[in-house]
Design a protein around this ligand. Structure first.
Ligand code: EPU
Length: 315
């Protein structure tokens, strides 16, 4: 039998070879799965499979994965908690590298600083800051992501952004070299860190200021109340659009009368106009079509070009 270049058989064989080669270089503690559904790994609960899903056991295996992908021309992306990620329905051809093992999630207080692994949850960082009586990190409490994802997106809430509270970040470039960078040495802007498009955050050092635990607790409770009052609890990827300079995207969507607009299982949230929620059974195509409808209306009615905040990947 002749197997055509583009046939599924040929692709499967190539996949087997790559998987075997990965197995040959990685330690036993690294998790490696094939055809992993990304819907399981995104808060929107949509997205097709990724060819290779990898949770490195340690930094050494991470470096090997990055080096292998680079040498073999395998596309890859770093998967955090998938809270700002929209994966298309046919999935991602290549590898998803996820720092999900506990070794990447350590958090340790040291004076006025918190040293946090990239895989640590932001909620855990906020709670540890409270325990260590470090103020200024309360805004992290309700952001549903990991430290690495928050750095990559310079995630923010309650008027603060991640890099406002960062002292330094330890990063690995795609060749496996490690460096420690201060924010001024990194390309950081609103909802974006360009440096982390070309490297992987391993660990961040957050800076806090001494504060009373009860004061921190009160601030966290007030932030949480504000969030629950204004944002949906249904599956979403947080805010879909960056806020344009002229008007917050959520307010714009409300003014345009688009709240509740549906496309298949996707709906513009009634609670907050800048959220698209999955009502169950939404596909990535539904969500993308709905986003397109909102963008088109904003362009036509107000001449505003809405810029998407979530990362969109896959085919
Ligand atoms: N507004 C409306 N209608 C809506 C939503 C908002 O009129 O449906 C108005 C609000 O009343 C307020 C203004 O728009 O006057 C701004 O709204 P909000 O305070 O909710 O803040 P936001 O700018 O929409 C930002 C972040 C959120 C973060 C919140 C809370 C961006 C794109 N979004 O939202 O971050 O949780 O502040 O601090 O900057 C995210 O990035 O994914 C995200 C959810």
């Amino acid at each position: 039998m002749t197997i055509m270049e583009s046939s599924p058989e040929k692709a499967a064989l190539a996949g087997d070879t790559i998987a075997r080669e990965f197995a040959g270089i990685l330690s036993a503690g690294t998790v490696f799965r094939r055809a992993e559904p990304l819907a399981k790994h995104t808060t929107l609960r949509v997205g097709g499979p990724v060819d290779y899903y990898i949770e490195p056991a340690d930094e050494m295996d991470l470096a090997k994965v990055l080096d292998f992908c680079r040498r073999r021309g395998i596309s890859f992306f770093i998967l955090g908690r998938g809270s700002n990620l929209l994966v298309r329905d046919l999935g991602f051809r290549g590898a998803a590298v996820c720092l999900a093992q506990p070794v990447f999630a350590k958090i340790a207080a040291a004076g006025d600083q918190l040293v946090c692994g990239a895989g640590a949850r932001l909620k855990a960082v906020a709670l540890e800051a409270k325990r260590a009586e470090l103020g200024g990190l309360e805004f992290l409490e309700g952001i549903p992501g990991s430290v690495g994802g928050a750095l990559r997106m310079n995630a923010g809430a309650m008027g603060a952004a991640t890099f406002d509270a960062i002292d330094r970040v330890r990063v690995m470039d795609f060749c496996g070299h490690v460096a420690v960078l201060t924010p001024s040495e990194m390309a950081v802007s609103y909802r974006q860190c360009g440096t982390l498009k070309e490297s992987v955050a391993l660990e961040a050092v957050f800076r806090g200021s001494r504060a009373d635990r009860a004061e921190i607790e009160a601030r966290m409770i007030s932030f949480s109340k504000k969030r629950w009052a204004s944002q949906p609890s249904a599956p979403s990827a947080g805010c879909i659009f960056k806020n344009p300079a002229s008007v917050p995207a959520g307010r714009l969507v409300e003014e345009l009368g688009l709240k509740g607009l549906r496309c298949g299982g996707a709906r513009v949230s009634d609670e907050h106009g800048n959220f698209v929620v999955n009502d169950g059974g939404a596909t990535a195509a539904d969500i993308l079509e709905l986003i397109g409808m909102v963008k088109e209306k904003a362009r036509q009615a107000r001449g505003i070009e809405l810029e998407i905040e979530v990362e969109i990947i896959g085919e």
